[in-house]
Write a protein that binds this ligand. Structure first.
Ligand code: GTP
Ligand code: MG
Length: 148
């Protein structure tokens, strides 16, 4: 199954949106296969955003992302990368539709509360970067958890 790297950024953690964001991915039917709270170093974040190095907003982006802990997650399921991006909304929250995470909770592009991988290839790269220890294997068998 396809996997994507989803991260609640420091502003999302500070604003108490972790549960809401996790709930959306759970509710949609995706399977959580890795999760941790981590205060990332600037060096680690520069690797995560290496494609954006040289952009005028890059130093501010690293400072923002290093300002507090983030919630790092891997979600698995049908079309996880594209669906995850759709659930986040547009990069600029002002262009994000209501009903998306950014469209419901954010206004500024530099404080857009969540990250999602933009391609299957980048998802695999990001999962290795944030979870070198690997993800968790288990069967997502709902019936056994609802009925005895
Ligand atoms: P991520 O999921 O965080 O990777 O966002 P994205 O894929 O929608 O956008 P992109 O990878 O192009 O940019 C990464 C992050 O840099 C964005 O989420 C913003 O937080 C920030 N960013 C992008 N463009 C701008 C900009 O023009 N100004 C500022 N201040 N921040 C920007
Ligand atoms: Mg991106």
């Amino acid at each position: 199954a396809e996997r994507t790297y989803i991260m609640v950024k420091p502003d999302g953690v500070q604003r108490g949106l972790v549960g809401n964001i996790i709930g959306r991915f759970e509710g949609r039917g995706f399977k959580l296969i890795a999760l941790k709270l981590v205060h990332a170093t600037p060096e680690h974040l520069e690797k995560h955003y290496e494609d954006l190095e040289g952009k005028p907003f890059f130093p501010g982006l690293i400072k923002y992302m290093a300002a507090g802990p983030v919630v790092a997650m891997v979600w698995e399921g049908l079309d996880a990368v594209k669906t995850g991006r759709a659930m986040l909304g547009a990069t600029n929250p002002l262009a994000s539709a209501p009903g998306t995470i950014r469209g419901d909770f954010a206004l500024a592009v530099g404080r857009n509360i969540c990250h999602g991988s933009d391609s299957v290839e980048n998802a695999e790269k990001e999962i290795k970067l944030w979870f070198p220890e690997g993800t968790v294997q288990y069967t997502h068998d709902l019936a056994g958890w609802i009925f005895e």
